[in-house]
Design a protein around this ligand. Structure first.
Ligand code: DSN
Length: 414
C-alpha cells in the first residue's frame, strides 16, 4: 500500500507509519503473539466496510443497508467452521479479552467458580488474574505447571477440579509450549459437570494447519484471537456447540459489544481463505520446526528452556540460567533490532515488570521465509547480545548485521 492520500493529508501520522514500516522490515520479530498479514488482509482492513453499522447478525440486523455486510460475515463464519470443524462461530469479538469476557458472560454468573492456569505458569490475564475483570468478577481457582517438568500435570488438574468443583474449566495458554491434552480436560470436566472452555489464541494457526490437536470437537466453547498464528487482522472469534449458539451470540451482542467492525470481519474472511489453502499447512509445519530448532540452539548454549523444549511456536527461556533478568535481555535485544517479550517463569520470584524469563516465538520470522539455518544465526546473535549487553559497540554491530540479513526476507504487508 502506498499511503499516498495519507501522505498528502497528514504528514505526522504518515511519517510515524512509514517509520514503523521500516522498523518491521529491518528488524527481527520474535514476539510469539505477532505476525505479518498479507496485503489482501491489509486492504480489507482499510476498506469502506469501516463506514457501516451492523448491530445484530446476518439477516437479523438493527440497521438498514446490511445486505453486503451479511455476505461478508457469512463468508467468514463458513470458512471458520470449515477450518475448525465448528458447529457455530461468532466472528464479531473485537479482541481476545473481550471474547473471553463474552464466554464467561454467556456461561457464568458473577461469583461462580472457574478454574484456569496461573499467569506466571503460562496462563493469561483473562484466565482469572486478580488485576483482571476475570479475577474480580469470578471466583477463580488456579492450577499450575509441575515444578520439575514445567508441564501441566493432568493428575493435579483433576485433583484440584474434584476438590473445588468449578462451574467451568479454562484450558489454553499464552506462554505454554506443550501440546494440551484436551480430551483429558474434557473427561475431568465431565466428572464434575463443568463447562469446558479452550482459549486457543496462540496456537489456533497450528491447529488450523493440523499440526496440533483441535479442542473444538470436544469442548463446549473455544475462543481465539485472529492476529497471531492465524495471521489475520487484530480481532477474535468464538466457536461453540450449536446448543450454546444463542447464548454466545447474545453475550457478544448485545451483551458485551455494539456494532461489529465489518472491515475486520472482511479481513478475517480473507485470512481464513488463506488458511484453507494447502500452503498454510506447510507454514504451520515450519513454525514448529523453527521453534524446535530455536529451543535446541538455546539448550546447546546452556540456557534453561521451560519444559525443556516446545511442541508449538513458542518457548519461555529462564534467563536466570545466565544470571540476567528478562527485562535486561529485552532491552539489549531491542538495541540489536530483535523484538522479544519478557516473561514470567513458573513461580517467578521477580515481578512481571522485571521477570526472570523471555518468551520467544517463530510465527513472524516463518512468515518471512526464515528456516532452521536462519534460526541458528538468530540464536547466535541473541547469545552474543546477552553476553555483551553492556557493550554498545557490539550491540550496534549486531544491529547492522540484523538489518542487512532482514533485506533477504521481505515482509508481505508492505
Ligand atoms: N498479549 C498477548 C500475548 O502476547 O500473548 C496475549 O494477550
Amino acid at each position: 500500500m502506498d499511503y499516498k492520500n495519507l501522505e498528502n493529508q497528514d504528514k505526522d501520522v504518515f511519517l510515524a507509519i512509514s517509520r514503523e514500516k521500516e522498523r518491521q522490515i529491518n528488524e527481527i520479530e520474535l514476539i510469539a503473539s505477532e505476525n505479518y498479514v498479507s496485503l489482501a488482509v491489509l486492504e480489507s482492513m482499510g476498506s469502506v466496510l469501516t463506514n457501516k453499522y451492523s448491530e445484530g447478525y446476518p439477516k437479523h440486523r438493527y440497521y438498514g443497508g446490511n445486505q453486503i455486510v451479511d455476505i461478508v460475515e457469512e463468508i467468514a463464519i463458513e470458512r471458520a467452521k470449515k477450518i475448525f470443524n465448528a458447529e457455530h462461530v461468532n466472528v464479531q469479538p473485537l479482541s481476545g479479552s473481550p471474547a473471553n469476557a463474552a464466554v464467561y458472560f454467556a456461561f457464568l454468573k458473577p461469583g461462580d467458580k472457574v478454574m484456569g492456569l496461573k499467569l506466571d505458569h503460562g496462563g493469561h490475564l483473562s484466565h482469572g488474574h486478580p488485576v483482571n475483570f476475570s479475577g474480580m468478577l469470578y471466583d477463580f481457582v488456579q492450577y499450575e505447571v509441575d515444578s520439575k517438568t514445567g508441564k501441566i500435570d493432568m493428575k493435579e488438574v483433576r485433583k484440584i477440579a474434584l476438590k473445588e468443583k468449578p462451574k467451568m474449566i479454562v484450558a489454553g495458554f499464552s506462554a505454554y509450549s506443550r501440546e494440551i491434552e484436551w480430551q483429558k480436560f474434557k473427561e475431568i470436566a465431565d466428572e464434575i459437570g463443568a463447562y469446558t472452555f479452550a482459549d486457543i489464541a496462540h496456537t489456533a494457526g497450528l491447529i488450523a494447519a493440523k499440526k496440533m490437536d483441535n479442542p473444538v470437537p470436544y469442548f463446549d466453547v473455544v475462543s481465539s484471537t485472529t492476529h497471531k498464528t492465524l495471521r489475520g487482522p487484530r480481532g477474535a472469534m468464538i466457536m461453540c456447540k450449536e446448543k450454546y449458539a444463542k447464548q454466545i451470540d447474545r453475550a457478544v451482542f448485545p451483551g458485551m459489544q455494539g456494532g461489529p467492525h465489518d472491515h475486520i470481519t472482511a479481513a478475517k474472511a480473507v485470512a481464513f481463505g488463506e488458511i484453507l489453502r494447502p500452503e498454510f499447512a506447510e507454514y504451520g509445519d515450519q513454525i514448529i520446526k523453527n521453534a524446535q530448532k530455536m529451543a535446541e540452539e538455546f539448550k546447546k548454549r546452556e540456557y534453561k528452556v521451560i519444559s525443556d523444549g516446545t511442541d508449538n511456536h513458542l518457548m519461555v527461556v529462564d534467563m536466570t540460567s545466565k544470571d540476567i533478568d528478562g527485562k535486561t535481555v529485552e532491552v539489549a535485544l531491542e538495541k540489536c533490532g530483535i523484538s522479544v517479550s519478557r516473561s514470567t517463569i513458573p513461580n517467578d520470584p521477580n515481578p512481571p515488570i522485571k521477570p526472570s524469563g523471555v518468551r520467544f516465538g517463530t510465527p513472524a520470522v516463518t512468515t518471512r521465509g526464515m528456516k532452521e539455518t536462519e534460526i541458528v544465526k538468530i540464536v547466535e546473535w541473541i547469545d552474543k547480545a546477552i553476553g555483551n549487553r553492556d557493550n554498545n559497540k557490539v550491540l550496534n554491530q549486531i544491529q547492522k548485521e540484523v538489518e542487512e540479513f532482514c533485506q533477504n526476507f521481505p515482509i508481505p504487508s508492505v
